[in-house]
Design a binder for this molecule. Structure first.
Ligand SMILES: [Fe+2]
Length: 197
């Protein structure tokens, strides 16, 4: 159960009493109160004809930045990996960056559907992402897989965190998207960890 802020209740009573015949003003005040309740109790802002889910959009932008940097990092590994099973690892890393790129676009479009703005510059991605880039130099297949294992562990944890927040905001579409992502990350982690044994 929620209680609207007292100052809003009082302002409504005063206005309704003073302007009983002015339905337009009363309806504006009620609409204002409704938006305040959404903001205070559910952390949702009304923007441009829709409702902006603050926490979900903020976390999706974190996730988007990580996917953007991960895309470049996977290309780096794909190009510079050396050693045993080179071809298999090289091809597998290409599969991963293709998948990351699809997720990147999917997350940005989901942010738009939630009336938010996806981060859309390399500068923003580098400032926001928690994925650490690597220098462009030779890397063994083992170290490449260790790096993938570490980063995909992080992406999985973050996707699970965003899923929980989206669920708390009744955003079941984002929940479904992230559940698919987590399932895929589990497969990658299984594959990579089995290879590293
Ligand atoms: Fe390639």
């Amino acid at each position: 159960m929620f209680s609207p802020p007292k100052s809003d209740i009082i302002s409504i009573i005063i206005h309704v009493n003073n302007k009983q015949n002015n339905l337009e003003i009363t309806s504006l005040i009620l609409s204002h109160l409704f938006e305040k309740i959404l903001k205070i109790w559910y952390n949702i802002d009304k923007k441009k004809g829709g409702y902006y889910m603050n926490k979900t959009v903020d976390l999706l932008n974190q996730y988007l930045s990580d996917l953007a940097v991960m895309n470049t990092k996977l290309h780096n590994l794909h190009w510079n990996v050396t050693g045993k099973a080179f071809k298999q690892v090289h091809v597998y890393l290409e599969e991963l960056y293709d998948d990351v790129f699809e997720k990147y676009d999917e997350v940005a479009e989901r942010i738009k559907m939630l009336q938010g703005y996806p981060k859309a510059s390399i500068k923003d991605y580098l400032e926001t992402s928690k994925i650490k880039e690597l220098a462009s130099k030779d890397i063994s297949t083992e170290d490449a897989f260790k790096s993938v294992s570490y980063d995909y562990g992080y992406l999985k944890e973050l996707a699970m965190e965003v899923r929980i927040i989206a669920d708390s905001e009744d955003d079941f579409v984002t929940v479904a998207i992230l559940e698919d992502h987590v399932a895929f990350y589990d497969k990658v982690l299984y594959f990579v960890r089995q290879t590293l044994k």
